[in-house]
Design a protein around this ligand. Structure first.
Ligand code: ATP
Ligand code: MG
Length: 558
């Protein structure tokens, strides 16, 4: 059947065909994380895809924890995974499953394969199994244990289950084809012995099914229609189908592979992320520099930005690394719409208005977000002494410097025009005070005599401002491809030593009541949010979400 809608990705086209032909009435997909770490942006792509299909075509997406490896920290990981999926805005309803729910069924199916002469107990060691397996260019060799009788296999497998053997003593293998050009078909291991406590099945089992023997059958048991996975599993597909064809499964899902997401300046393997956490290179899985969902949430990313990014990169089968700047582009786009505009000074120098009455204070009105007409306004205290950014003043300014300089006039945002008269320096030559006069007739932000100024500076009132810790983040890795290290070097050495810089800043008083999920634009600086882990109203901590400059959009214009 011909598909005309070119706007659909190749998986959506398959689904459209299957619905049109009547093969399926709805889409049942699943997201199958292994609870051995926190989810990262790559997982977000898979979540958007798997949960997005039923949203578009009708049906549902199951959440299935692939817990075939007993893991100690499993509960922490399970909880974080659920939280992250919900935060992204997706819902599995009642359809939460665990591969361990199927251990009994999988065991029965393993026994069935033995009875059918399609599986055998292997006594060779792991190393011998590897040797016998052959290579891509050489066929494998059949194990001397391959032709055991069904009775002997049943006896040994039962005894494996009953705990009579030690870890690694024996495995159960499928009897497929040791000469297959596909290594996955050379008698893959189905079960291994592991005397370990499982968080859900406790000590019931001392044998655990392998991923390949679990995954497809779990899909079949849940009546998954389209089982979407990343390209590494393409070579596993014949095995996936072999199990479906050799077992009395209740349905036959179709496996479809797509290319995983890779991003520049970061790593996205849970094993590597775990090492960063364990070696305390970062402050936990939710460190705002981590590419984990928990990390970028704490950093101030929005679900909408991630979804827009996932939408844009699309779904295909080509290996590629996406420029981190593209993700940031969608983030800026979203923050620009939502962020409340406030004033904070990150590198302060004092500005004193000599002709402003000493103890006078007044409130000036500021719009909260010019991009959102419903966002309202607020009052900000203005007084004689202010902080402005040190780099908004230059003693010897070139012609095109439109900020403050001696004898030059600028606008103070939401307030008056000020003109610099003189400056004061300390012994080291550092400027400590910038003295100005103000024009009381410019309160509206404009002069009454048609006089124009080019520069508008942000400021906070010295008397009213609060101190805050501000954390400036950069890429966690100093090089675009952290994997690209010289021989003998460790990828962890490519961590960017300047990825976190902490500074003291002065913020508008209103910001001490900021909530972590609310993004702010510190005018002319960057986007920020309150840190959910360390910030308190008396000691506010702000994370820089992202700078204002869009490097990606700029590159596109070149
Ligand atoms: P990692 O390599 O980080 O450990 P994984 O594939 O082992 O990832 P799982 O928990 O098994 O992690 O992944 C759950 C689902 O997320 C799988 O369907 C997997 O294909 C998908 N996934 C994992 N990483 C990516 C990625 N970078 N891009 C897209 N999908 C991904
Ligand atoms: Mg995996």
């Amino acid at each position: 059947m011909e598909i005309l809608d070119k706007s659909l990705n190749f998986i959506e086209q398959i689904v459209t065909e299957d619905l049109a032909s009547g093969k399926h009435q709805e889409v049942i997909s699943r997201f199958p994380p292994e609870p051995n770490g926190y989810l990262h942006i790559g997982h977000a792509k898979s979540i958007c895809l798997n949960f997005g299909l039923p949203q578009k075509f009708g049906g549902r997406c199951n959440l299935r924890f692939d817990d075939t490896n007993p893991e100690k920290e499993e509960m922490e990981y399970i909880n974080s995974i659920k939280e992250d999926i919900k935060w992204l805005g997706f819902d599995w309803g009642d359809h939460i499953y665990y591969a361990s729910d199927y251990f009994d069924q999988l065991y029965d199916w393993a026994v069935l394969l033995i009875k059918d002469g399609k599986s055998y107990v292997e006594d060779l060691t792991a190393e011998q199994i590897r040797e016998y397996r052959g290579t891509l260019t050489e066929p494998g060799k059949e194990s001397p244990y391959r032709n055991r009788t069904i009775e002997e296999n049943l006896d040994l497998f039962t005894r494996m289950k009953n705990g009579e053997f030690k870890d690694g003593d024996r495995v159960l293998r499928a009897k497929i084809d040791m000469a297959s050009p596909n290594l996955n078909m050379r008698d893959p291991v189905l079960y291994r012995i592991k005397h370990a406590h499982h968080p859900r099945t406790a000590n019931k089992w001392c044998i655990y099914p392998m991923y390949d023997f679990t995954h497809g059958q779990s899909d079949a048991l849940e009546h998954i229609t389209h089982s979407i996975c990343t390209l590494e599993f393409e070579d596993h597909r014949p095995l996936y189908e072999w199990f479906l064809n050799n077992l009395p499964v209740p349905s036959k899902p179709r496996q479809i592979e797509f290319a995983r997401l890779n991003l520049s300046y970061t790593v996205m393997s849970k094993r590597m992320l775990l090492r960063l956490v364990q070696e305390k290179v970062v402050d936990g899985w939710d460190d705002p520099r981590m590419p984990t969902i928990a990390g970028i949430r704490r950093r101030g990313y929005t679900p909408e930005a991630i979804k827009a990014f996932a939408d844009r990169i699309g779904v295909n089968r080509m290996f590629s690394t996406i420029d981190f700047a593209l993700l940031e582009h969608f983030l800026r786009d979203d923050l620009n719409k939502k962020a409340l505009r406030v004033m904070a000074v990150l590198d302060p120098v004092k500005l004193i208005i000599d002709n402003y009455p000493d103890n006078q204070e007044e409130m000036v009105e500021a719009d909260n977000n010019p991009e959102d007409e419903n966002s309202g306004t607020r009052q900000i205290a203005f007084s004689k002494e202010l902080y402005i950014e040190r780099n908004d003043f230059m003693e010897f300014a070139p012609k095109d410097f439109f900020r403050l300089s001696i004898d030059k006039e600028v606008r103070l945002k939401h307030a008056y025009f000020v003109k610099c008269t003189h400056i004061v320096k300390d012994d080291t030559g550092t400027i400590t005070e910038i003295h100005c006069t103000y024009d009381p007739n410019t309160r509206s932000g404009n002069s009454t005599d048609g006089r124009k100024v080019k520069g508008t500076l942000h400021w906070v009132s010295v008397k009213h401002a609060k101190e805050a810790e501000v954390r400036l983040y950069d890429h966690l890795f100093a090089q675009e491809n952290p994997y690209d290290v010289a021989e003998g070097k460790d990828w962890i050495e490519t961590v960017n030593p300047n990825s976190l810089v902490k500074i003291k800043a002065y913020i508008e008083p209103s910001l001490t009541e900021a909530k972590p999920s609310v993004p702010y634009q510190f005018l002319r600086n960057a986007y920020f949010c309150v840190d959910s882990k360390y910030s308190t109203p008396s000691n506010p901590v702000f994370n820089r979400i992202i700078t204002l400059k869009d490097t990606w959009a700029k590159l596109q214009k070149k």
